[in-house]
Write a protein that binds this ligand. Structure first.
Ligand code: SF4
Ligand code: FES
Length: 341
């Protein structure tokens, strides 16, 4: 089947969705996705970030689809023509979806551990407004303890339900889900049961915002101050292939290896994620290949290192030189394919 997105055509298998076809083409035509996750069955169709305009339904029925379609759950038809980034209607819709998502989302990026690798932050950067039109109070929830490893911050949740699908599909006992409805809807463990099964940590990796973060890494560092290396170890529970995030010689956190769409290549177990923070536990393979442009990329090995001179008091700058060495990956050659000008 042939499908054309923003003027670029590609042959796809029957059953391919528009979003998958766009990812096969790559680049700017790929719609943003906050709830679809290719490794989780049944994901997608919840956030509406991935809306596209179908200007021609198919060769057999060329009528345009009147409404914008969620590309992650709409299948391709032979001869279909789709407008994504090129459509003003789509851009307007993405702006509106972003505005809706931000209605109840706290603007606490300066203290949120997800900042720098947050899909909502990236979405807002491209489609967000600098001012809100919302005058009502934001929805808030009482803090809830969901166990020793994972921090739930319900106020930041956008109800994408990826974490519920991880719990459903990767773990034996699902002990949490979406409670209540409408603007009362929230992720809860029902009676605060701890999520203590071996693969529960993957919820942190799939959460597109800072609603589920790693308690063992909490407030330790901003993600762009840590150096991501691909590493592996022999593990009898999972593939053992991870990204370790280091500051100097210290491993501050361990995550799954993510691709350019922020999806993990393979899910990892809690043992690898939370209990192995010693460098000797890992064989370091080399720096993680960077995904699409993000704040984590800044000042890393794929950029030219330029010393920034800050005009301020000496005491404020104390230790800066030492920290600079701890976050530098200068030992690796520049990745000129990814070089920013
Ligand atoms: S906690 Fe995160 S992964 Fe779970 S529904 Fe909310 S935003 Fe999605
Ligand atoms: S990614 Fe398609 S609706 Fe969320």
């Amino acid at each position: 089947m042939k499908v054309t997105i923003d003027g670029q055509s590609i042959e796809v298998e029957p059953g391919t969705t528009i979003l998958q076809a766009a990812r096969m083409i790559g680049g700017e035509v790929v719609p943003p996705a906050m709830c679809y996750y290719s490794k989780l069955k049944g994901s997608g169709g919840k956030c509406r970030c991935c809306l596209v305009e179908v200007s021609k339904g198919s060769e057999a029925d060329p009528r345009p689809m009147p409404k914008l379609m969620a590309s992650c759950v709409t299948g391709c038809m032979d001869g279909m023509e789709v407008n994504s980034k090129s459509s003003e209607r789509v851009t307007e819709a993405r702006k509106s979806v972003t505005e809706f998502l931000l209605i109840n989302h706290p603007l606490d990026c300066p203290v949120c551990d997800q900042a720098g690798e947050c899909d909502l932050q990236n979405l807002s950067f491209e489609h967000g407004k600098s001012q809100t039109r919302y005058i009502e109070e934001k929805r808030t929830f009482e803090p809830e303890d969901i166990g020793p490893n994972i921090q739930l911050h319900m106020n930041r949740c956008i109800l994408c339900q990826r974490c519920v699908q991880v719990a459903d599909q990767l773990t034996d006992d699902r002990v949490h889900g979406v409670m209540d409805r409408g603007d009362h809807a929230n992720i809860s463990t029902c009676i605060s049961k701890a999520i203590d099964n071996e693969f529960s940590g993957n919820m942190i990796d799939v959460c597109p915002v800072g609603a589920l973060t790693d308690k063992t890494f909490r407030f330790k560092s901003r993600v762009w101050f840590s150096k991501p290396y691909n590493a592996h170890r022999d593990c009898d529970k999972c593939c053992g292939k991870t990204t370790v995030w280091m500051f100097g010689d210290e491993i501050q956190r361990v995550t799954g290896r993510k691709d350019e769409y922020h999806e993990v290549e393979e899910f990892i177990c809690n043992g690898c994620r939370f209990d192995h923070k010693d460098v000797n536990d890992w064989t370091i393979e080399g720096p993680r290949a960077f995904e699409k442009d993000s704040v984590i990329n800044q000042n890393k090995y794929n950029h030219k290192l330029e010393k920034v001179v800050i005009n301020t008091e000496e005491k404020i700058l104390a230790g800066r030189e030492e920290d600079r060495k701890k976050i530098s990956m200068a030992e690796f050659p520049l990745d000129t394919n990814n070089q920013k000008s």
